[in-house]
Ligand binder design. Structure first.
Ligand SMILES: *Cc1c(COP(=O)(O)O)cnc(C)c1O
Length: 372
């Protein structure tokens, strides 16, 4: 049996006609950038996340960059964030000449440890940038409280978390600005790159709309220096087919996660495999199902699973503070022990919505063969 980490074809099978119809409509219109589909998707995503505004852009990475620009983050400023994320989180900060100030993670959730944030804030801190890693929100009540008290805006990197939530609040609608990605492997994935910003603030929304078209105030009149980060019409048309299904896909991912919990328990593997921790009050959408393997056996397990035809991936093998390009920041090994341990001990297992029970049994059986 083969179990891929993600099976986009299985999802496409059920959407073929509708997707191709949407694509054909765009070709018939010959309008390929922004336009009515983008506008409609923005409204639909705003409604979905519970934010007042949503603004399309070219990628999740650009969303992070645009968010920080809209908050006037500049060279010499500091932004507090996690060392354990996809590169773009810290990359956006550094790209503006600002300094990523890392704070270690909570080993249970892999998200920014809210209790360590205060100590990292200085008079130069211009933003807090938590990441809702793997589909579970960072502790936004605590982080939002710190932001409000210290008057520092919060940018949510919600690239992996569209549809996740904290109590009744949705990912992307809790901070000053939320950033989403429509990269194909995200829960809501396009047919290429795409991204979106969300905010409850009218003036930030207007500024983001301007920044994504080179800081235009009106056509050919530029108030400030932005860049080109428009969302393609084709992406919006495809994403509008998928958005109404997103909740049922996320539910299916949660169901698969719950089934893994049973299967790993039944297999007697709870000592060997550390399962994802669901924080109380948080809705986890399982963009990834990440497990922890202790005693230095992670890489051997990855190797074994590949041999068995089970797709796995290590997110992320090198924490951001130890990336070559960030050497100038002066961090060293040992600075963030939990991020470093997560980088050594974790791997992702297939959890995509179309995964069958039989496939999950095979995955767990393959893990069991490794340990027993
Ligand atoms: C995917 C991702 C991004 C970047 O999104 P792109 O659309 O690929 O540019 C940023 N942050 C996190 C946490 C991500 O997972």
């Amino acid at each position: 049996m083969k179990v891929p980490l993600l099976d986009l074809r299985a999802q496409y099978e059920g959407l073929r006609e509708e997707t191709l119809g949407a694509v054909a409509r765009v070709f018939e219109s010959q309008g390929f950038v922004l336009g009515a589909d983008v506008r409609a998707l923005e409204e639909e995503v705003a409604a979905y996340t519970g934010a007042r505004h949503a603004v399309g852009c070219a990628s999740g990475s650009d969303a992070l960059l645009l968010a920080l620009m809209a908050l006037d983050v500049k060279a010499g400023d500091e932004v507090v964030t996690t060392p354990y994320s996809f590169f773009a989180t810290a990359g956006a900060i550094a790209r503006l000449g600002a300094r990523p100030v890392f704070v270690d993670i909570d080993p249970r959730t892999y998200n920014l440890d809210a209790e360590r944030i205060e100590a990292a804030i200085t008079e130069r801190t211009r933003a807090l940038m938590p990441v809702h890693l793997y589909g579970q929100c960072a502790e936004m009540n605590a982080i939002g409280g710190i932001g409000a008290r210290r008057r520092i805006p919060v940018v949510e990197d919600a690239a992996q978390a569209i549809g996740a939530g904290e109590g009744s609040r949705g990912a992307g609608a809790m901070g000053e600005i939320g950033c989403f990605s429509f990269y194909p492997t995200k829960n809501l994935g396009g047919a290429g790159d795409g991204g979106m910003l969300s905010t409850n603030d009218d003036s930030l929304a207007a500024r983001l709309r301007s920044l994504r078209v080179h800081g235009e105030a009106s056509k050919y009149h530029h108030r400030e220096i932005g860049f080109n980060s428009r969302l393609d019409t084709l992406q919006a048309a495809v994403l509008r087919v998928k958005l109404p299904r997103l909740d049922s896909w996320s539910d299916a991912r949660s169901r698969n996660a719950a089934r893994y919990r049973e299967l790993f328990a039944d297999a007697g593997l709870l000592e060997e495999i550390g399962l994802p921790f669901e924080r109380e009050g948080a809705r986890h959408i399982y963009n990834q199902f990440v497990v922890r393997v202790r005693d230095g056996r992670r890489d051997a397990l990855v190797e074994h699973l590949r041999g068995e035809g089970v797709g796995t991936e290590v997110y992320y093998p090198v924490p951001l503070h130890l990336q070559e390009c960030f050497r100038y920041l002066g961090y060293k090994e040992g600075d963030f022990p939990e991020a470093e341990r997560a980088a050594r001990e974790t791997l992702a297992l297939p959890v995509y919505p179309e995964l069958t029970e039989e496939q999950q049994r095979y995955v767990v059986e393959s893990v069991r063969n490794f340990f027993c």
